[in-house]
Design a protein around this ligand. Structure first.
Ligand code: MRU
Length: 359
């Protein structure tokens, strides 16, 4: 394994501060030009870090939120367990309101609150111990899930294949290997070579700033393209599979991911290219029946009008529509790759089976 590769897949994008009263993240908004770490101490700093995409990617948001609520709870001087539970609930709801689409956020926070509920009446110091174990477990489990997803994803591609990806579902967005990019890192470790096409991913350029950075650093052959170039790359015969991450998968297999993903899936269908969604079971929301029920985040119009440019590139009064995610219809998805295996249509059955105790 090359030193560069080891570095990327072992990056500490989110961790608990040494005092356990803070959370340390890589500020993803500064990459690839600067690697800066931020120490988050207050609930507002934690909320803003998620909202402003300093930490982003569905699993990373969940891990950050779990560490955050624990770090905050360690700062409180509350001895009564009922008062502790009430305060915990208020802060959990606040952090949970930072972004709506990635279900990992509420999933992780609910897991943490479940620990408080299971320890009702116990001394607060004991509750804190259990919370510390839970947020570390969420992180450890994500590392294992990413590794398993990478193995399953790698079984879908072969030496020399061209893979197109959209947004960033690599180590920065998750833990270690990532989801959609995981098979590529794992394959590289095993001496395999792929040609990756990374959509730049307008408007916030996660593909340009983060995906091409991660792959290039790892020595993987990556070509950065503008989003509107995916069609020609596919037409040229350069893409054998599309691998994308997900922010919430509904019970019927409809999958929300970064805005533009559904367009890639439609193109892939046109060119007969399999389109795979890769994500941990923590991103599957069986309470959500279909894509129409997935909340889609709307973001600041200035991200379209003026971000990245020395001067605004549109009139300040021009109307903008800036949804952060879209939903890919389950009929366009060749498989949903989870840590437990690859689900195929009909997804209502294959996804439910993942949560079946007997599975
Ligand atoms: O707005 P972002 O950058 O948080 O969007 C992230 C994505 O769309 C990722 O593809 C998704 O969270 C999967 S990360 C494994």
């Amino acid at each position: 394994m090359s030193a560069e590769l080891k570095q990327v897949t072992h990056i500490d994008n989110v961790r608990l501060g040494e005092d356990e009263k803070s959370v340390v993240i890589i500020d993803q908004t500064q990459l690839p030009n600067r690697t800066e770490y931020l120490t988050l101490r207050t609930a507002e700093e934690m909320y803003d870090a998620i909202k402003l995409l300093q930490v982003r990617g569905a699993p990373a948001i969940g891990i950050c939120a779990a560490y955050s609520i624990y770090a905050l709870a360690r700062q409180w001087e509350v001895q009564d367990s009922a008062a502790f539970a009430e305060k915990f609930h208020g802060q959990k709801e606040y952090l949970n309101s930072s972004r709506p689409t990635a279900v990992n956020l509420s999933w992780a926070l609910n897991r943490m609150e479940g620990v408080v509920a299971a320890n009702t009446g116990k001394p607060v110091t004991e509750i804190l111990d259990s919370l510390g174990k839970e947020c570390r477990a969420i992180h450890e489990e994500d590392i294992a899930m990413c590794r398993a997803i990478s193995e399953h994803g790698l079984s879908l591609i072969k030496e020399g294949d061209g893979i197109l990806t959209h947004c960033n579902a690599g180590p920065l967005a998750t833990s270690r290997y990532g989801t959609a990019l995981g098979p590529l890192f794992l394959g590289k470790e095993r001496g395999m070579n792929f040609r990756v096409f990374s959509d730049e991913t307008r408007p916030l350029l996660q593909g340009a700033r983060l995906t091409s950075y991660e792959l290039q650093k790892a020595g993987i052959d990556v070509t950065l393209i503008c989003d509107n170039m995916a069609s020609i790359v596919m037409k040229n015969g350069w893409v054998q599979a599309c691998f994308v991450g997900c922010d919430r998968v509904a019970a019927n297999g409809d999958a929300a991911n970064k805005i533009g993903t559904s367009g890639v899936a439609i193109l892939a269908k046109h060119y007969g290219i399999p389109f795979y969604v890769l994500g941990p079971t923590s991103t599957i929301d069986l309470n959500c029946p279909d894509g129409d029920h997935i909340p889609i985040e709307l973001r600041d119009p200035d991200e379209i009008r003026e971000k990245w440019y020395a001067e605004p590139m549109a009139l300040p009064e021009v109307k903008c529509y800036n949804p952060a995610f879209d939903v890919t219809d389950h009929t366009l998805i060749a498989g949903i790759v989870t840590e437990k295996g690859i689900c195929r249509a009909p997804y209502t059955e294959s996804l439910a089976a993942l949560f079946d105790e007997k599975h």
